[in-house]
Design a protein around this ligand. Structure first.
Ligand SMILES: NC(=O)c1ccc[n+]([C@@H]2O[C@H](COP(=O)([O-])OP(=O)(O)OC[C@H]3O[C@@H](n4cnc5c(N)ncnc54)[C@H](O)[C@@H]3O)[C@@H](O)[C@H]2O)c1
Length: 334
């Protein structure tokens, strides 16, 4: 049984609180948030104490922390928590700055403490089964990977302004998915993007529609498509074409009813957004973190892999700005 603390009682912190309290392998002893009221409300709900981040980090009785605070705090909190001897599960992305993330990687690795990054999609049972089938050789060598990731509706423009942009905030999940499935980061990538959904997103300096092509050293290709809007809900699909066939993970629908009439076939829509689609994945993610810490096994998603996904996001941002293909250099990967 690990004594754990939750840093950040916002939108995703509240989701994690449910998984953290649903297992017998962790006891949530403290919750911190700069918004004291939010920390107190969540702490009261799950039977924990509301404490400050400083108190939690200084408390040797707390074995691990889950960092679910705003992105600009992740680097600092990872560094402080690992230096205090704690195991860390930190939400994506590691940072908005690749340079800062690389400094954090060096500092955390120097402590030897385990750090996992919250790429929850790896723990979605459908994508996990696709990865297992691929690794078992069901379609032989992978050649062309296609990832579709469309949100149902764009976020408020105030969110977009502080998000770090679509590549760091949203496509970061897909960069990780591509690197995970194809066994490491690509050699180079090219990005295209535009604000086609909401002109205000363009005025804020971001895009809401993007496609990135990634190429590995041996010629394998991945194509990632992102949009901040899909009229029919959250569209999350992955497909790998290989020498012996195709592996495909389709959307999870609201229900399995299909109406077949003289006019055609009508099925339910995909589950609406990430909370509906990935609730189970967040639970499995937390258990995977606990298992790795208690059994002293490697983290299922490492900080180094979090940095690699951020390097892809940085390269995509540069590619879009310059209209060129960007190579990922060893210096970008730490
Ligand atoms: N993996 C996923 O599916 C997923 C989904 C949503 C968000 N996220 C990530 O989770 C993080 C939080 O996102 P959110 O949507 O929950 O945001 P949010 O704004 O709802 O919550 C963030 C919370 O952190 C608190 N906070 C900020 N700075 C702090 C500090 N220094 N110390 C303590 N508390 C502090 C804020 O007061 C707020 O309550 C982001 O990095 C985001 O990218 C991941």
């Amino acid at each position: 049984m690990l004594n754990v603390a939750l840093l950040g009682a916002g939108r995703i912190g509240q989701v994690h609180a449910e998984s953290m309290t649903a297992t017998r392998d962790s006891r949530v002893v403290a919750v911190a948030d700069v918004n004291r009221e939010a920390a107190e409300a969540l702490a009261a709900r799950i039977g924990a104490a509301a404490r400050s981040v400083d108190e939690i980090i200084a408390d040797p009785a707390i074995d691990a922390v889950l960092i679910a605070t705003s992105t600009d705090t992740h680097s600092d909190l990872i560094t402080r928590a690992t230096q205090a001897g704690k195991a860390v599960l930190c939400e994506k992305p590691v940072d908005l700055s690749l340079e800062r993330a690389l400094t954090t990687l060096a500092a955390a690795e120097a402590t030897g403490r385990p750090v996992m990054i919250g790429f929850n999609r790896r723990f979605d049972p459908n994508f996990a089964a696709l990865k297992a089938g691929f690794d078992q050789g069901r379609i032989g060598k992978g050649e062309l990977l296609s990832i579709t990731s469309f949100d149902p509706a764009p976020p408020p423009v105030e969110y977009v302004r502080v998000s770090g942009g679509l590549f760091r905030d949203m496509m970061i999940h897909d960069f990780d998915m591509a690197c995970w499935l194809f066994g490491g980061p690509p050699a180079r990538l090219t990005a295209h993007g535009a604000a086609l959904v909401d002109p205000a997103i363009g005025e804020a300096g971001d895009v809401d529609t993007a496609a990135v092509t990634m190429v590995w050293g041996d010629g394998r290709i991945a194509v990632i498509k992102n949009s901040r809007r899909a009229a029919y809900g959250y569209d999350q699909r992955v497909e790998i074409l290989g020498e012996k066939g195709l592996l495909s993970a389709r959307n999870v629908l609201e229900n399995t009813v299909e109406a077949l009439t003289a006019y055609g076939a009508v099925a339910a829509k995909p589950l609406h957004f990430f909370l509906e689609r990935y609730m189970r994945a967040y639970q499995i993610e937390w258990q995977a973190f606990l298992d790795a810490v208690t059994q002293d096994r490697p983290m299922p998603v490492t900080l180094r892999e979090g940095v690699a996904a951020l390097a892809c996001a940085e390269a995509a941002t540069r590619s879009l700005a310059t209209g060129t293909t960007i190579s990922l250099t060893p210096g970008m990967l730490g």
